[in-house]
Design a protein around this ligand. Structure first.
Ligand code: F6R
Length: 367
């Protein structure tokens, strides 16, 4: 059932070209220039008239939500807030019937997310679900939703569900932007054509980085700390990269927006600190270059995720992982794949049980 892979997690990482494609199938109609999503279409007025969208989730799904904020604000120009479900539910938040709440959950059973949704529903908000498990509790309580079609995710560490969530959020942002006039037709057409090719880009990354990452992972088996940095859309991707490493390898890792480094974490940098930095061409590249210079000056070990043909960051990096160039909004999908592999191989080489990490459960049905 692991399809020849040693662990479900590795199988699921490699399934991503298919799971992303399946999530877009029937929704993204490139030739017709249309995104079909019944859940959005049937409630378009709720979305168009929304004062704001509040995204609630936990863990990896919350990281997808942060990227959703960047997507929806950039392309649909609707204000978005992203909250941990556990904080939202207990802090007496302001919710009105003009709010749209989107819950993101792979399992559809996360207790805090469920409770936060119930609260939002009581206050009259329109509630929308992005779940992977069909007919799960969250899918049932929501007014409408879009399933991620990632297929069953068995590995406790979420991988293919995360990239499927990003796919749905991208579709929602483009669809809303198209309908409310914030995303012009030419840009819409070019973005959807690029989105359609993302499964292929992910396939390329898997094959071009798989062996290299196994080699890189060997150098970090005894490391005790990691920093992950990114800016813009790749700041949440850095958080997610760090979470993957913590969960399965038990190495302490922190994700940060790269510019926040100088407000604290830079104190940690010395020759023993590996820093994974996500530095694609599109999206604050020059700023990232100066962040890398600051790290280099303090002798941090740099593992850089860059676009093919990159020079400036690559020259300073100790390890260079190349990903294909995409528009910035798609880069977290492509950049997450090598980070999943890195976490996986470091954990495997440390002898950890990657599919069933200690203390973690696949669905967190208690708060
Ligand atoms: C991370 C992970 C957890 C879940 C979180 C939310 O790899 O698996 O952080 O993302 O427990 O779970 P769902 O998405 O099922 O609500």
């Amino acid at each position: 059932e692991k399809g020849g892979y040693e662990h479900f997690m590795l199988k699921e990482i490699f399934e991503q070209p298919k799971s992303i494609h399946d999530t877009m199938r029937g929704r993204l109609l490139v030739d017709e220039g249309v995104i079909k999503m019944a859940g959005i279409w049937d409630h378009l007025e709720r979305f168009k008239n929304a004062n704001r969208i509040i995204i609630i989730a936990c863990g990896t799904s919350w990281h997808a939500g942060l990227i959703g904020e960047y997507l929806i604000e950039e392309y649909a120009r609707i204000p978005v807030e992203v909250e941990y479900a556990s904080e939202f539910r207990y802090r007496n938040p302001i919710i009105t019937d003009k709010d749209v709440v989107i819950a993101i959950s792979q399992s559809g059973e996360t207790a805090d997310t469920m409770a936060a949704l119930k609260l939002a529903k009581e206050k009259g908000a329109f509630i929308y679900g992005i779940c992977n498990v069909v007919d799960s509790s969250i899918a049932r309580i929501t007014d409408a939703g879009s399933y991620t079609h990632a297929g069953p995710e068995i590995g406790v560490a979420s991988t293919k569900a995360f990239t499927a969530q990003l796919t749905i959020l991208t579709l929602i942002a483009f669809k809303l932007g198209k309908h409310n006039g914030n995303l012009g037709n030419a840009e819409f057409m070019s973005l959807i054509a690029e989105l359609d090719a993302i499964p292929k880009r992910v396939e390329e990354v898997l094959s071009s980085t798989h062996e290299q990452i196994q080699q890189i992972a060997k150098d970090f088996i005894s490391t005790t700390n990691f920093l992950y940095l990114g800016r813009g859309y790749n700041y949440p991707a850095a958080l997610e990269g760090a979470l993957k490493l913590k969960e399965i390898s038990y190495i302490h890792a922190e994700g940060y927006p790269a510019a926040e480094m100088k407000h604290g974490p830079i104190a940690l940098i010395d020759e023993n600190m590996p820093i994974v930095i996500i530095a694609p061409k599109k999206g604050h590249y020059d700023k990232i270059v100066s962040n890398v210079q600051e790290i280099k000056a303090r002798k941090g070990k740099i593992i850089a995720v860059v676009n093919k043909g990159d020079r400036q960051v690559s020259e300073m990096a100790d390890y260079v992982i190349e990903i294909p160039e995409t528009s910035e909004c798609f880069s977290p999908i492509v950049a997450s794949v090598p980070l999943q592999l890195l976490a996986y191989y470091i954990a495997v080489y440390r002898g950890a049980n990657v599919d069933q990490p200690r203390n973690l459960a696949k669905s967190v049905t208690v708060e």
